[in-house]
Design a protein around this ligand. Sequence first.
Ligand SMILES: [Zn+2]
Length: 159
Amino acid sequence: MFRIGIGFDIHRLEKGRKLIIGGIEIPSEKGFKAHSDGDIFFHALTDALLGAIGYGDIGQLFPDSFQKWKDADSSIFLREAYRIIKEKGYSIVNIDGYIVLQKPKILPYREKIIKNTAKILNINEEQIFIKGKTYEKIGQIGEGDAGFAEVIVLLKKEK
Ligand SMILES: [Zn+2]
């Protein structure tokens, strides 16, 4: 049996924060303002994995009222979602997503993000694809004050 999941995440960008996407630090004058490290790609991916099996969502599992998650490395959330889908007998077929950011450009970091994500999820790099897009200067995202990510995953039940 196959199951599909979708996830979305958005955070504001502000000066003086590190820009972390897919667990990779990207040189930038602004980073995501969030309770955790604000990794939009890992947050959207975590939600997509949990959603695919109807388990819940990232906000339920890791409430941002928990002091514990302050500036947390979001790979913790992703690893936990992966542990849950494995426990339920699912494996990942593929992941496709996009990251929307006016600047900096995502493309030079795409390979690193894919590599890191594949490592965490114990899959091949060929099973993941990410597009980097801008928002054509429209609204706050287009002005570089926010960024968002959307991810879709396909899971297969192994047993
Ligand atoms: Zn988030």
